[in-house]
Ligand binder design. Structure first.
Ligand code: AMP
Length: 183
């Protein structure tokens, strides 16, 4: 099963992703985690990425696509792509790579949470990029650059919207009901 997880910052993707990969035995690829590791290691990619991440902007497509392509081979038995793609260009690059592997996406989960709730959740989290100004920019980046993916994957017929309000357990229950259809 190959799954993409889309949703605005603060929607709770990280928490739900942990549950999903444990239960469905999927390779978890979070580009946010991979980029934070690169920043911590001060690798060339990390040094480049940090400039964007610290301001709340998206890291350039070619940098992120490179990070993902390098690791997709670890995903033989299925994967959860978490925080990738985040632009139409990334989605097109992903489609191309997966088509070459004869391994198209099965489903795209959109975790939907209203914006006022996101701001509350992010402001209480305390990550380096969770400062109010940076949060605002990340939400704008989501709306302008990532949300168009909803239309892209709806057109492809693989988008499933998940209500992201409720307890962690309630939301996971909704996710599981959808993923069980693709097992
Ligand atoms: P996340 O942990 O998914 O919220 O990502 C944290 C930050 O990493 C984002 O605000 C972006 O700067 C960067 N990032 C993560 N994934 C991507 C991606 N697919 N494309 C561009 N930038 C990304």
């Amino acid at each position: 099963m190959r799954v993409v997880f889309v949703g605005p910052p603060g929607a709770g993707k990280g928490t739900q992703a942990e549950n999903i990969v444990a239960e469905y035995k999927l390779f978890h690829l979070s580009t946010g985690d991979a980029l934070r590791a690169a920043v911590a290691a001060k690798s060339p990619i990390g040094i480049e990425a940090e400039k964007y991440m610290s301001s709340g902007a998206l890291v350039p497509d070619e940098v992120v696509v490179g990070v993902v392509v390098e690791r997709l081979d670890e995903a033989k038995d299925g994967c959860l792509l978490d925080g990738f793609p985040r632009t139409i260009a990334q989605a097109e690059a992903l489609d191309k790579v997966l088509a070459e592997k004869n391994a198209p996406l099965d489903v795209v989960l959109e975790l939907a949470v209203p914006e006022d709730e996101l701001f509350k959740r992010l402001a209480s989290r305390g990550r380096a990029d969770d400062q109010p100004e940076v949060i605002k920019r990340r939400l704008v980046a989501y709306r302008e650059q990532t949300e168009p993916l909803v239309g892209y994957y709806t057109k492809a017929g693989i988008l499933r919207k998940i209500d992201g309000l409720g307890t962690v357990e309630e939301i996971y229950g909704r996710i599981k009901a959808v993923l069980d259809e693709y097992k």
